[in-house]
Design a protein around this ligand. Structure first.
Ligand SMILES: Nc1nc2c(ncn2[C@@H]2O[C@H](COP(=O)(O)OP(=O)(O)OP(=O)(O)O)[C@@H](O)[C@H]2O)c(=O)[nH]1
Ligand SMILES: [Mg+2]
Length: 317
């Protein structure tokens, strides 16, 4: 479709905003927009910023981007918000913390609502990132919702995951040990102006050494986002991780995995829709479903029957 393609040529923030809105709302146009964006291979480095609520993720993203933007690179920020798009609250909070960026022509901010999705991301985050990438953004930063648990979803989408913590890890260290070692590429102890920062850095470094990742020793950094301290070091480490991914071929592997994941999601979605519409249209099926519900018919037989009918409908295998 040429229309969608021409939108991508325009390079205007207003048009980008409209494309993203369509994708976020999963409108009928969104498929064309996504098809077009998937054909345009982007080159963006995708960075996920995750960590517990209130650790300073938004403040950090704000300061980080302010510094990065000076080099003139095109930056896209995806700020995932726990609230619905209709209630403000946290959205406003993020806006104030990121308002220093609003005047910068090479920084584009997209706020997304989780709409009840668990795992720290909004359901359309991957699609939004794909469009930003196709639109020529060179760096895309995703701030996940601080849900207070490990946010695995960001792993599928991001090349580099930065975990932002605060001093005094205490008990949460065990949780970290159990899961997050596998996910974070860079550790940040933010709010290092508060007591206990050096201890937290020491504990994290010890943990990293215990569970060394292949060829990449995760750096542990101290930052004070509110004072802009430690931003240059963090930028350096993000860049160093990108180079590590490129040289070790993981950059390409991650993209290939994402392509496959996308295909799988799409197929499952289509099949679900097919099954739903079949069940709605086909006479007599509702009675059988009711029988399964009441334990009078086994679900295996009915499921096999429905799938067989669907395959027949599409001309067999
Ligand atoms: N003392 C101190 N306060 C900080 C620092 N960084 C952020 N803050 C404050 O911590 C509070 C939370 O910061 P946010 O940036 O909103 O944290 P967040 O992780 O984005 O929070 P959620 O998105 O709600 O999970 C704010 O009041 C910040 O001003 C820091 O380095 N030191
Ligand atoms: Mg935030």
């Amino acid at each position: 479709m040429n229309e969608a393609s021409s939108y991508f040529e325009k390079k205007s923030d207003v048009i980008l905003g409209k494309l993203l809105k369509e994708v976020e709302n999963q409108t009928a146009n969104s498929i064309e927009i996504l098809r077009e964006s998937s054909a345009r291979k982007g080159t963006a480095h995708i960075v996920g910023i995750t960590g517990p609520p209130g650790s300073g993720k938004s403040t950090l993203v704000n300061k980080l981007c302010k510094t990065l933007a000076k080099s003139g690179i095109e930056i896209g920020i995806v700020a995932v918000d726990p609230t619905s798009p209709f209630t403000k609250g946290a959205l406003l909070g993020d806006r104030t913390r990121m308002q220093e960026l609003s005047g910068l022509s090479n920084v584009f901010i997209k706020s997304l609502a989780t709409r009840g999705n668990l795992g720290g991301l909004a359901p359309t985050t991957a699609d939004i990132v794909q469009v930003l990438d196709a639109y020529g953004k060179e760096l895309i930063i995703i701030e996940t919702v601080g849900v207070g648990q490990i946010e695995f979803d960001v792993l599928e989408i991001a090349d580099t995951v930065v975990l932002v913590n605060v001093p005094g890890l205490g008990d949460s260290l065990q949780t970290l040990k159990a899961g997050i070692m596998e996910i974070a590429d860079i550790y940040v102890v933010n709010q290092a102006d508060r007591p206990g920062a050096d201890e937290s850095v020491r504990d994290l470094k010890m943990m990293v050494r215990e569970k060394l990742q292949e060829n990449w020793e995760q750096p542990v950094l101290k930052t004070i986002a509110t004072n802009n301290e430690g931003m240059i070091e963090l930028i350096d480490q993000i860049q160093r991780h990108k180079e590590f991914l490129l040289h070790s071929n993981r950059w390409d592997e991650k993209r290939k995995t994402r392509n496959l994941t996308r295909l799988n999601h799409l197929m499952i979605q289509s099949l679900n829709n097919e099954v739903d519409s079949y069940i709605r249209r086909k006479q007599g099926i509702q009675i059988k479903i009711q029988q399964v519900k009441e334990g009078k018919l086994d679900p295996y037989t009915l499921s096999d029957h429905i799938v067989e009918q669907l395959i027949k409908k599409h001309g067999g295998m």
